[in-house]
Write a protein that binds this ligand. Structure first.
Ligand SMILES: C[S@@+](CC[C@H](N)C(=O)[O-])C[C@H]1O[C@@H](n2cnc3c(N)ncnc32)[C@H](O)[C@@H]1O
Length: 249
């Protein structure tokens, strides 16, 4: 694991779906509502373990999944094989994505909070815009700044243990919102117990949340129109914004 890599996306990618098992249907509904019909083309930007990409392919859509993590893409590939569907999986950084193809819709869920710098936010939204066909849609989900500040102002944590093939894995998560930087400071811990042996991996990082105004401004700057925002519920509460936008036809 390279220094700075989030263990959740790399060393413990194999356990991602054991720890994140919230239903995929709400997001599938949001994406499908933006599609022109059956057998649409969808680019899942930041597809992770392919939870949504594979489900969309099972529903008959033609799906490409892009992610920066080789380990998560391996999990996505296994998932597609088990479901007996084809999903084109590409390892790439969304900031510089250039697939030379466009889709009816680009879906991007839970990814953009990982981008801390303004230039990276602008680069990713520009890249996503280049991959939506004219008249096509972008559907994305981010953490809402104010709702996250309310929820994590004093610091909030959670812990989950799951049985795994070799023993027991405990995952602990703690978030605290820093009003000065507008960032959510996160401490994560994976603790894998196998017989008498225990591996503990800790990681501290930050997420940067989005205000509705920033989202509108950046979508506008990337050339999107018909922007619609709505509040949504994430894994840890009602602290998300789902945005849909169109690329002019
Ligand atoms: C919280 S996960 C969400 C995964 C998936 N969309 C889901 O809802 O299950 C965030 C994903 O974004 C990916 N990611 C973050 N920054 C990225 C970047 N710059 N380029 C490509 N992938 C990125 C991570 O590797 C990870 O798979």
């Amino acid at each position: 694991m390279a220094e700075g890599e989030r263990p959740f996306y790399h060393r413990f990618a194999w356990a991602y779906d054991l720890l994140v098992d919230d239903p995929v249907e709400p997001w599938l509904r949001a994406v499908e509502a933006a599609l022109p019909g059956p057998r649409a083309t969808v680019l899942d930007a930041g597809c992770g373990t392919g939870r949504h990409a594979v489900a969309l392919a099972v529903r008959g859509h033609v799906v490409t999944g892009v992610d920066a993590s080789r380990e998560l893409l391996d999990v996505a590939g296994d998932r597609a094989r088990r479901a007996a569907v084809a999903v084109h999986l590409v390892r790439a950084d969304l900031r510089t994505l250039d697939l030379a193809a466009t889709a009816d819709a680009v879906a991007c869920r839970g990814v953009l909070n990982d981008l801390l710098e303004d230039r990276d936010r602008a680069a990713v939204l520009g890249a996503l815009a280049r991959h939506v066909r004219q008249g096509g849609a972008l559907v994305l989900d981010v953490r809402d700044h104010d709702a996250t500040a309310r929820r994590y102002g004093a610091g909030t944590g959670s812990r989950r243990s799951v049985d795994v093939e070799s023993g027991r894995l405990t995952f602990a998560w703690r978030g605290r919102f820093d009003r000065r930087t507008g960032r959510l400071a996160v401490d994560e811990e994976h603790r894998l117990r196998e017989g008498d042996a225990e591996e503990v991996v800790r990681h501290a990082f930050a997420m940067r949340c989005w205000s509705p105004q920033e989202l509108r401004d950046r979508l506008d700057a990337a050339g999107f129109t018909a922007v619609a925002l709505r509040p949504a519920t994430g894994r840890r509460g009602a602290d998300r914004i789902v945005a849909t936008a169109r690329r002019p036809g």
